[in-house]
Design a protein around this ligand. Structure first.
Ligand SMILES: Cc1ncc(COP(=O)(O)O)c(C=O)c1O
Length: 373
């Protein structure tokens, strides 16, 4: 689905030099490379505080920890996401409240959020799925109306822009709510060579608390003000990310160009719905995800695999139907859009190293199967 080796080879001298510098500094934890990366990412995002941490899941957990919620408080999120979003809610003994997504963008449905709010609701976690933003203008209005925290899960959309037609402003995803969280998992748009994550906020109090929580709850060494966790981005990963951050917009353009190619290739095929980008966001195509109508998805995946082409289903089982999250509150049929998507989506390879010839081969293989079986 990705070509991490090809991407590395293009910037090998820069990456190798950055790694060598960390090794020779022996400053492996919370060293200057981490500080520099945090500063550069804050500048790129135009946000006051960036706190690097161990991974995207920890980023979400830390965000919830910083907001002083009590067991039983409800957090609303989407039923169509990677499990990490709901996992951290459950781990902290908060109650995940799931809602359905919109059929065109697969992002959380603002109307469904409003219907799910109760006196126990404390926060909303929208996920900017596959590379485009959820409807942040409406979500921000809902959060303000009901006085809820807004935590953005931007693991899949780092670098995407959100346009606010009311004031003509543009903001990066993750900088609109109270806290933004991201992942630097290797295949992400900004990927490390291992695990990594970060949290962003414009709020000074939350910024300093998040920094403390991620480092055992201590500000002064061996004095612990909070029950925290150990979640730090190591200096090697920070050095790599610092190099790759310079190319993030270029990477997004390459992904957009690849998406355009696929869109054109599949335009005349009635069994394939290509991705729709909402008018208020750019799309950085972390995934290129089709919806197949009356097509044999498993058969198509097998056909692609036999031709040496990767494909993947994100996500085959909605959150409310996952074994670990089965709950008497939810039944099959409760979230029809999510359930339809989980049965019909298919993601094709999308990355920075795709050539037109590679994409043509992939598109031809998809269309051959659809038209013949
Ligand atoms: C939407 C979403 N949230 C959270 C995560 C968790 O990130 P990580 O794997 O770095 O813990 C991921 C990705 O893996 C993700 O796709």
């Amino acid at each position: 689905m990705v070509d991490l080796l090809g991407q590395y080879q293009k910037i090998k001298p820069e990456i190798d030099a950055a790694l060598q510098a960390v090794i020779e500094s022996t400053s492996f934890i919370n060293g200057p490379a981490v500080k520099a990366f945090q500063e550069n990412l804050a500048k790129y995002l135009q946000v006051k505080h960036v706190i690097a941490c161990g991974n995207g899941t920890d980023a979400l957990q830390l965000a919830l920890m910083a907001l002083d919620m009590k067991p039983g408080d409800e957090v609303i999120t989407t039923s169509f996401t990677f499990i990490a979003t709901a996992e951290v809610i459950a781990l902290l003994k908060l109650t995940p409240v799931l809602v359905d997504v919109l059929p065109d963008t697969y992002n959380i449905d603002p109307e469904a959020i409003e219907k799910a709010i109760t006196p126990k609701t404390k926060a909303i976690i929208p996920v900017h799925l596959f590379g485009q933003a959820a409807d942040m203008q409406r979500l921000k209005a809902i959060a303000e109306k009901y006085q809820l925290f807004l935590i953005e899960d931007t693991a899949q959309a780092l670098g995407a822009d959100v346009y606010f037609p009311d004031n003509g402003k543009t903001k990066k995803v993750g900088t609109i709510g109270d806290i933004g969280c991201t992942s630097f998992f290797p295949s992400k748009n900004l990927g490390a060579f291992g695990d990594g994550g970060a949290i962003f906020t414009d709020n000074d109090v939350l910024g300093s608390k998040l920094q403390i929580l991620a480092n055992h709850g201590m500000k002064v060494r061996y004095y612990h003000d909070y029950v925290g966790i150990n979640s730090r981005l190591d200096s090697m990963q920070a050095a790599i990310l610092n190099v790759k951050l310079k190319y993030l917009d270029e990477y997004a353009s390459a992904r957009q160009k690849a998406a355009e190619f696929y869109n054109k290739a599949f335009a005349g095929c009635p069994q394939i719905i290509t991705p729709v980008t909402a008018r208020f966001t750019s799309h950085v195509f972390h995934q290129y995800t089709l919806v197949l109508k009356e097509a044999d998805r498993e058969g198509l995946m097998k056909h692609l695999a036999e031709n040496g082409i990767a494909s993947a289903v994100y996500y085959p089982v909605p959150l409310h139907l996952q074994k670990a999250y089965r709950d008497t509150r939810y039944n099959e049929g409760d979230f029809p859009v999510t359930e339809f998507l989980s049965k019909s989506v298919l993601s094709l390879p999308i990355h920075t190293e795709l050539t037109d010839a590679m994409q043509q081969e992939i598109a031809d293989a998809v269309l051959y199967f659809i038209n013949n079986y």
